[in-house]
Design a protein around this ligand. Structure first.
Ligand code: CUA
Length: 356
């Protein structure tokens, strides 16, 4: 019996040695914010501490499978094993101590390192919705970026380098949970309707999504049909470049016309997450480009001319007259409460303007 313990001990030692070398040699993806350094360090320490326990289980299991497997037909009962108090006590002492150590470091020390340190240089407000991200920069005249899943009008959100940035995250009212994940920052936080969650990071290097696909906002909470496409590229630039970009005016087409107001409503309520406005197809709802005045085939075989009344009915009661090829119940049926009569007219004016 003694021989087996020694053998398992040797296997355990070799596996642990190889495992720890692999952990130490692992190269992390680029760390583009201070948070990434804290998280990666904690991750590495935890894997280093966990490795000997993993290899012990593997060594004992693998050795037993090979050494004590049934040979031939004769099966006999194994040796009776009794508990070993000394072993149990030592095991509890070691693992208990390890647990307390990791609670303090990297647990408490890591949380302290990640906690916001003073006032941020830049605040960005991020709102998730099915299925789009909207980013607003309140310090820059509410400059905003809107990106819907699969929407071809794609623009990256910019961040200045070497600056402390505060993300304030929420979801649209009456929407579902989303989760804001930026792999290059190793940060992930839920976007919850009615609640603002936030974190601060300091950007470390200029980079872009094209160079480094981890530099993006990605939804990390299963939120429906286009969840996987709920992505917004990020670009980290110099302060001068950022100022030039962010200072270049508020939301596009903020003109105070019915159609201009309608466009803002359509973005703020994520209508254009499901309805393309540039003629692209593949989104859950009918596209708006050129739809006004057109004749559409409905799923019951009849046709309808898309006029003001049809659009109004489709906003208030989306299932009433469904265009062929589109699914019922995807669109919320609560927009009668969301929009005032005037806002409905603005939205219709916007859709109308896309056919001019
Ligand atoms: Cu939003 Cu997944």
């Amino acid at each position: 019996m003694q021989k087996h313990y020694v053998n398992v001990g040797i296997v355990w030692f070799v596996l642990t040695f190889i495992g720890e070398l692999l952990v130490l040699g692992y190269v992390f993806p680029p760390q583009l914010a201070d948070s990434a350094e804290v998280i990666d360090e904690a991750f590495q320490l935890l894997v280093l501490l966990g490795m000997p326990i993993f290899t012990l289980v593997v060594a004992v299991m693998g050795y037993s499978l090979l050494k004590f497997r049934a040979k031939g037909d004769t099966l006999e009962a194994g040796e009776t094993i009794h508990g070993n108090n000394t072993f149990s006590l030592i095991w509890l002492l070691i693992t208990g101590t390890l647990c307390i150590i990791v609670i303090v470091h990297p647990g408490l020390t890591g949380l302290a390192a990640l906690a916001a340190d003073g006032e941020p240089d830049l605040v960005v407000q991020v709102v998730g919705s099915q299925w789009a991200w909207r980013v607003t920069y309140p310090q820059y005249g509410d400059k905003s970026i809107f990106r819907a899943a699969n929407n071809s009008t794609e623009e990256a959100m910019l961040l200045p380098v070497d600056q402390q940035v505060r993300f304030e995250i929420t979801s649209l009212d009456n929407d579902v949970l989303h989760s804001l994940w930026i792999p290059a920052f190793r940060i992930k936080l839920d976007a919850v309707p009615g609640t603002i969650t936030s974190f601060d990071v300091t950007t470390l290097e200029t980079d872009s999504y094209e160079e480094n696909p981890m530099l993006r906002i990605q939804c990390a909470e299963l939120c429906g049909l286009s969840h996987t496409d709920m992505m917004l590229p990020i670009k980290i630039v110099t302060q001068a470049e950022f100022d030039a970009w962010a200072g270049s005016g508020g939301p596009a087409d903020a003109a105070d016309t019915p159609a201009g107001r309608g466009k803002q409503l359509a973005e703020a309520n994520a209508c254009i997450a499901c309805h393309s406005v540039d003629g692209s197809t593949g989104l859950p709802g009918p596209g708006w480009l050129g739809v006004y005045g057109s004749e559409e085939m409905l799923d019951d075989g009849t046709t309808v001319v898309v006029d003001e009344n049809y659009i109004r009915e489709s906003i208030l009661d989306p299932n009433a007259k469904l265009v062929e090829g589109f699914l019922p119940n995807l669109m919320p049926q609560t927009f009668g409460d969301t929009f005032s009569e005037e806002q409905l007219n603005d939205l219709i004016a916007y859709i109308e303007s896309l056919s001019e």
